[in-house]
Design a protein. Structure first.
Length: 418
């Protein structure tokens, strides 16, 4: 059985990212937040676009004011007012100044800003009471960015600051990767959808909805394909169809060793290559990972990746967070940061592991000054207990074979909210 780390590495290896050329699309700037940039972007303008003032004050010639003190001030003639958006009409000559406001263009002739606080104005004359540094409060054209140089690299998820940068570069049509398509199948003859009346022995399909929510939250496009009964022919048809529609297929259920667990068999019959059948983790040990040849897949140039997740709702979610999420990130075109974010936290209760397998304890991570605390979910940590998964935002990771961790001990915790 593979360890979690081995499985993660193998899965990332099997995952082919979307192709910037074939899988690119263009979205409006207002729609671009959260999308993955598919091409490096550069701007056609320097930033700042022109020399401008960082403060409210007076644009002057440094040579005129370099010796000013409160005892020996100098008085200059104000030749014009330069509010933001106004183009200066005059050159500042020796003995002259221009009134200037933050962000306004520096007039020719001037090279330094004297802040308002160090001046006294009477009519169209201003007295400078203190010498500034040469070039004080002038933001020079191109000081922060020169036109044509790289601005944003391909493969980043666009955040609000990135959107500001793109806006300033006038990049209003943003080249991004299309969202990866993720087909979702729930397998099990006992399953009904939540809108159906529950009959004895049936189980309500929660995985379809939870997985779709996780896929959407990851920036991918969920393709919910419904419930498939535990019948080989129905499964074969459903899986074969899903593979032609999606970059990644997720099924839940039917991967254990039960009499009705057909998924692995059907995958083999359909010509998929099975790379993983189980991973030494708890919950989530039965996890099938397979690839379909590009010829059988949605994209004739990229193999479809198949995850057969355990049916158990807790196991399905935990294996999604631990193993599907990194693959989804890599597939989406993100250039880095595929692995889960793990922080160290102080556990508020004792934590026990399974001994043989890496164990995940669900709960909530709270920031405390300079650190984190982890509160395991109350109630039973049974893989049959779906209810206490609510509000989970982190999984404590207990290494196989570790003795119980006492309350107050530091434990690695995987964040699932990023
Ligand atoms: P399986 O992996 O198919 O053996 O399923 C394990 C357990 O999870 C069984 O009790 C199933 O009824 C339950 N289960 C399977 N699929 C789902 C689902 N989509 N939603 C909720 N429970 C499920
Ligand atoms: Mg089943």
């Amino acid at each position: 059985m593979l360890s979690a780390a081995e499985a993660e590495a193998l899965i990332l290896d099997l995952t082919q990212p979307l192709d910037a050329g074939r899988d690119g699309e263009v979205v409006a700037l207002a729609e671009a937040a959260g999308r993955i940039l598919a091409q490096a972007v550069s701007g056609r303008q320097d930033f700042p676009y022109w020399d401008n003032s960082a403060m409210d004050g007076y644009a002057v010639r440094y040579a005129d004011v370099q010796h000013c003190t409160p005892e020996s001030p100098i008085t200059l003639e104000i030749i014009e007012e330069i509010p933001a958006g106004y183009v200066p009409q005059h050159t500042v000559q020796p003995g002259q100044a221009a009134r200037i406001l933050t962000g306004s263009m520096l007039p020719s002739g001037a090279d330094t800003i004297v802040i308002q606080e160090n001046t006294q104005r009477v009519g169209n004359r201003v007295t400078i009471l203190a010498a500034p540094q040469p070039q004080a409060f002038v933001r020079h054209r191109g000081e922060f960015y020169q036109a044509g140089r790289p601005l944003l690299p391909a493969g980043i998820r666009l955040t609000a600051p990135d959107i500001a940068v793109l806006a300033t570069a006038q990049c209003i049509q943003v080249p991004v990767f299309r969202r990866p398509r993720v087909a979702i199948l729930s397998t099990g003859s006992e399953l009904i959808s939540p809108d159906q009346p529950l009959q004895p022995g049936q189980i309500i399909d929660s995985n379809q909805y939870a997985l779709a929510a996780l896929v959407a939250a990851a920036g991918a496009a969920p393709l919910p394909l419904g419930i498939v009964p535990d019948q080989p022919q129905a499964l074969r048809e459903a899986i074969a169809a899903a593979v032609t529609k999606a970059d990644i297929v997720l099924s839940s259920g039917g991967v254990s060793v039960g009499d009705y667990d057909y998924v692995d068999r059907i995958l083999t019959e359909l010509g998929a290559k099975i790379h993983i059948r189980s991973v030494a983790v708890k919950p989530g040990k039965p996890l099938t990972v397979a690839t379909f040849d590009p010829t059988d897949s949605q994209d004739p140039q990229r193999p479809t990746l198949y995850f057969g997740l355990p049916g158990n709702p807790v196991s399905a979610l935990v294996t999604f967070w631990r193993f599907v999420q990194p693959a989804l990130r890599k597939c989406s075109g993100l250039a880095q940061g595929w692995q889960p974010l793990i922080v160290s936290a102080r556990t508020q209760r004792e934590l026990r592991s399974d001994g043989q397998r890496e164990s995940y304890i669900w709960g909530r991570l709270h920031p405390v000054t300079g650190s984190y605390e982890f509160q395991p979910a109350g109630g039973a940590h049974s893989s049959g207990n779906l209810i206490n998964l609510a509000q989970t935002n982190a999984l404590a990771i207990l290494t196989a074979g570790l003795p119980p961790l006492a309350a107050g001990a530091e434990v690695p915790v995987m964040r699932i909210d990023t």
